[in-house]
Design a protein around this ligand. Structure first.
Ligand code: MG
Length: 392
């Protein structure tokens, strides 16, 4: 009889960045269903300190970080410490001593946090794709230097990361990212200029933030993800493919040399890839409802270049290298903002981003300062290009 007591697993110290956003909320959901595995020791938000304090009370977290200026009325309890601004990331991680950080910050603001996590030598679950799009080379170099893993949370990359665990790289021919095709997959092309912001923020399958939902409609999101995959997995661009699966059940595939295709299949729910990243290299024992409890149908089709011209920009960004990723991301973020404010048309998003990307003169992207410069230039350039389009 084995009388040895099971080894008590240490509770892992977790820091959640971007706690008040769509993804951050899902991470908190996952933590509620897996009590005793993680201890949340720090949380961050952009501006909404009142919301962050509410969550801190709920999850008994006493160390907080705020990236931006404080907005709204609030009263900070004495026991809670709040670090403010991106120059404080290092102090925040020193105080929280995490075993793992999950970065769910939306947009370009996620990059300084990613660099600080890696500099602190802490494993990173990365949902902020902009970190890799803007500074993929820098981020991956730092992770290798510090010997810390980056576990992707983006569903397609999580799928490919999972699939690559089981096959030697030498046997992999292509990696395949899936796309839903968004809400305009069947919309007649001639109606594209009339697409309204209200229509473009409603995704048929996924619950996500506004920018990424609009980016699904233009497929700029998939272009960003091609760049993300390039840096994360190190496959050349011609071996990174995109296929549409309108049901969003297949998240990613790996095509082997003998033609076999391995796929990762699950319901479109970001909580699955969050759960995987938090538990890596083991797997959670919390199961999601089986996909096959109902009738399931899987369709695949190629991405139409005329419908989704933005997809090609991802490959262009990889070819251009340097700060092209930072320029692409900033230009798209800014153009989507102008579209949501009804200042430009849906089809202008691609036109403007393409122009700005081609006008880019920023070559170097070897430190945060040079990347920020390129980001800033691109945002201003979008404004100029939008004015030109208006005058036409
Ligand atoms: Mg994705």
């Amino acid at each position: 009889m084995n009388t040895a007591r099971p080894v008590k697993k240490r509770i892992r110290r977790l820091v959640l960045l971007g706690a008040t956003g769509t993804l951050g909320t899902m991470v908190l959901d996952v933590l509620r269903t897996t009590p005793g595995k993680f201890r949340l020791v720090g949380m961050s938000a952009g501006k909404s300190l009142a919301d962050l304090l509410r969550l801190a009370r709920q999850f008994q977290v006493s160390r907080l970080h705020l990236s931006g200026q404080i907005s709204g009325d609030f009263r900070k309890p004495n026991k809670i410490t709040v670090w403010q601004g991106e120059e404080c990331w290092n102090k925040f991680f020193k105080a929280t001593q995490p075993d793992l950080v999950i970065n769910c910050i939306a947009g370009a603001g996620g990059l300084p946090a990613t660099l600080a996590v890696l500099n602190a030598g802490v494993p990173l679950a990365l949902a902020n794709k902009e970190s890799l799009v803007m500074a993929g080379r820098l981020v991956m170099k730092l992770a290798a230097q510090k010997q810390v893993p980056i576990i992707p949370v983006d569903s397609e990359h999580s799928a490919i990361f999972q699939l690559l665990q089981g096959v030697p790289r030498s046997q992999v021919k292509n990696i395949i990212l899936t796309a839903s095709g968004g809400m305009f997959l069947r919309r007649p092309l001639k109606e594209f200029p009339d697409i309204t912001p209200a229509e473009a923020v409603k995704h048929p399958n996924w619950k996500m933030g506004q920018r990424i939902t609009v980016d699904s409609g233009t497929m700029a999101n998939k272009a960003l993800e091609v760049v993300e995959a390039f840096y994360l997995f190190g496959f050349p661009p011609e071996r990174i493919k995109v296929v549409i699966n309108p049901q969003s059940f297949v998240h990613g595939m790996v095509e082997l040399n003998d033609g076999t295709i391995l796929a990762q299949i699950s319901a479109p729910d970001m909580r699955d890839s969050i759960r995987y990243a938090l538990n890596y290299p083991t797997r959670s024992s919390v199961a999601t409802p089986s996909l096959f409890s109902r009738k399931v149908r899987l369709d695949f089709e190629a991405a139409d270049k005329h419908r989704f011209p933005a997809l090609s920009l991802g490959y262009e960004v990889i070819k251009r290298g340097g700060a092209a990723g930072a320029v692409f991301n900033a230009a798209d973020e800014e153009a989507v903002r102008l579209f949501l404010e009804k200042k430009i048309k849906f089809t202008d998003i691609y036109e403007i981003v393409r122009l700005v990307l081609r006008r880019n003169k920023f070559i170097r992207a070897d430190n945060l300062a040079s990347i920020k410069k390129a980001d800033q230039w691109a945002r201003e350039e979008v404004g100029l290009q939008a004015q030109k389009i208006k005058k036409l």
